[in-house]
Design a protein around this ligand. Structure first.
Ligand code: ATP
Length: 239
């Protein structure tokens, strides 16, 4: 079953100057996909458009076969999409527990407490001090809280925008350990990541976006150490 499908997807900020151009992509259920590419290629724009935060000019998005093109955020969440933005992804003045409780408000009332408890059980670092303010957490813990918020509604597909941005190597390892556990739970992951080495170690598959178009699509293991990657990051097109 295909978890996420993009067909002839065109998106951006100005209809006369699309950033993402004719992207067609099928992400099978349970796959971990990383989107790589040079700065400014449109990676963040692509995933933010899928998540309903950037205008889609043409083409379509499907979740498990269902057309969700231009669906509002709450409808996307109900259809099984979770999104973790790169920044401002937690309420810094609220506690860990409160951050989770707010995210749980999308769920039926009777399900909320159990889902908050399940998320705390999944992230022991958060469970250790649920009353701590999110603003007092380390960068890695903050990313875990952001992921936990997105996972509360049990998405089938979780999209993450540079989950390791600004983190020290130790915290990068922690965040990627958490992502590995999430993937092992069967969630389809799509991540944009500058940390190519960590992303390729986690991912099953990598696609490379160059100037808004898919330039390469390969098993992640094939790209490790591949000189093509260096060329692509300098902005050259795939031959
Ligand atoms: N809010 C915005 N309004 C207008 N243009 C934008 C906006 N955000 C990004 N852009 C432009 O869209 C293009 C693609 O940017 P985007 O952030 O999607 O690329 P990226 O591949 O994620 O790059 P990076 O790796 O540097 O984050 C760039 O030319 C950028 O200037």
């Amino acid at each position: 079953m295909t978890a996420l499908t993009l067909r002839d997807f065109v998106a951006g900020y100005d209809p006369d100057l699309p950033i993402v151009k004719d992207v067609t992509l099928d992400v099978p259920e349970g796959q971990v996909l990383t989107i790589l590419g040079p700065n400014g290629a449109g990676k963040s724009t692509l995933i933010r458009a899928v998540a309903g935060m950037v205008p889609i000019f043409s083409g379509e998005v499907r979740l498990s076969g269902r057309d969700v093109t231009r669906a509002p955020a709450h409808a996307l969440a109900r259809a099984g999409l979770g999104f973790v933005p790169q920044t401002e992804n937690v309420f810094t003045r609220l506690s860990i527990r409160e951050n989770l409780q707010i995210a749980a408000e999308l769920l039926p009332r009777s399900a909320r407490a159990a889902r908050v408890a399940a998320m705390l059980a999944m992230f022991p670092d958060l469970a250790a001090r649920p009353e701590a303010l999110a603003g007092s957490l380390s960068g890695g813990q903050r990313q875990m809280l952001a992921a936990a918020r997105a996972l509360l509604s049990e998405p089938r597909v979780l999209i993450l925008d540079e989950p390791s941005a600004g983190l020290s190597p130790k915290l990068v390892a922690q965040v990627f350990d958490s992502l590995r556990r999430i993937a092992q739970g069967g969630v389809t992951l799509v991540l944009v990541e500058q940390n190519v080495r960590a992303a390729l170690a986690l991912a099953d598959r990598a696609v490379v976006l160059v100037d808004g178009r898919l330039a390469h699509d390969a098993p992640a293991a094939e790209l490790v150490g591949n000189p093509l990657l260096g060329q692509l990051f300098l902005g050259a097109r795939a031959a």
